[in-house]
Design a protein. Sequence first.
Length: 502
Amino acid sequence: MAKVLIIGAGGAALSAAIAAKQNGADVTVVTKEYPTRSQTCMAQGGINAAIGDGDSVESHIADTLKSAKGLADEKAVTLMCSKAPDAIAWLDSIGVPFSRTEDGHIAQRRLGGASHPRACYAQDYTGLKILHTLYDYANKLGIEFANERFLLELLVENNRACGAIFLNIKTGKVEAMTADSVILASGGYSKLYHTHSTNSKAATGDGIVAAARAGAKLSNMEFIQFHPTALKSSAILISESARGAGGKLLNSKGERFVDELKPRDEVSLAIYKEMRKGEEIFLDITHLGETFIEEELPQERKLALLYEGVDPLKEPLPIKPAAHYTMGGIAVDLEMRSGIESLYAVGECSESRVHGANRLGGNSLLEIVVFGKIAGENAAKEPKSIQTDPTVILEKTNAKLDELFAKEPKENFYETRSKIGDLFYAKCGIERNAKELKELLEVVETTKTNLDNFGITDKNRVSNTNLVDYFEFENLLQIAEYVAKGAFENKNSIGAHRRSDV
């Protein structure tokens, strides 16, 4: 049987793992954290599928293409949308606890940019409940998990992926894992924006950087979606489902200034322009009432109380746009294959040409399930690879690690990471221009030139989070160059890449 190595453990990875296992493969899932901490659990609003009265796959396709502003591939979009009803039926069959209507059908809500109530949901915990169900199912199938492994390098011989090199975070040792095919499902890179992102600290683009080093092509790296409603102080996400339920966006004067259910790029831009005028922005759901909020939006209330100290039953929530989803990544075809043989990419680390310039809300969870299964099925069919000897690359990696432990840093990379995050939010955020992008690129390039000045202060080899943070910093610095350079060179103003100077 084929041996499939899957890097990442969110919804895309687990969907791929299940499909590969059911197609006879020997599957190992490797993640730097733990599966239930994956970014999928933070997707709240729903998963799109045209299964409601009056809706159609054609309408779903049209909405997706419209939101993508012409940059999506119609074949890829058609593939995803046409498989959506089956994806929902499959998730339902394995136990995802979707919310239900009074007559027992899966409940759906309308999200921004959609022409119909299309997002199937489980209260406002949709991603979390999908993730946990997939994880339970993967365990029932006997899929092997290797947690707390940080991806260092992909093993590639003659343009064919045959495994990867990892740091075992718990032991501090470098490990090699070989396989007949590799699936990258390692997530996006929104944490480039540091405190101005809704993502967890793990969203540092590790798989994308490793794939690029190995020779894979990247695409659309400058397209970062800003979610309109993150809590002002913490950037914690308040789901689009709150606006889908009738939440209102208000400025300091109590005025509504935008149609809340426009696509995310348009709503975020409208908020940004109000903020430029000196206005504070609020999301008001007080009129929805306690019963509705407790039944349909319980997590939003808990998050607001915990992170902002505001009860949305009683007063509007102070919000701001924050970096939320990265639409660029490893370029793949309709079978989720990258330009490297036997290397697949799926989920937010991939650029599967379905989101284009602006992702339609509810399509990210759909993408990871539909395309995750496609990646797993195809990876399971790969022929046996030639056995590779990773000894040389292990020796080189260990030597680099020894050098890092021996070096005394001259600068604090945590401070630099925070500074770069602030600069990206200011200069490569909702609106960009050539002057500021050039300044930003110069900062990034200078920082890369001076990389030898940075290092780690914790010299313990075991469970060294300082070491992991440093590797993530290196990856984010490379991501920063890809994003800033892509944004500077892209003279078009479209979707999430809004140029104010063209």
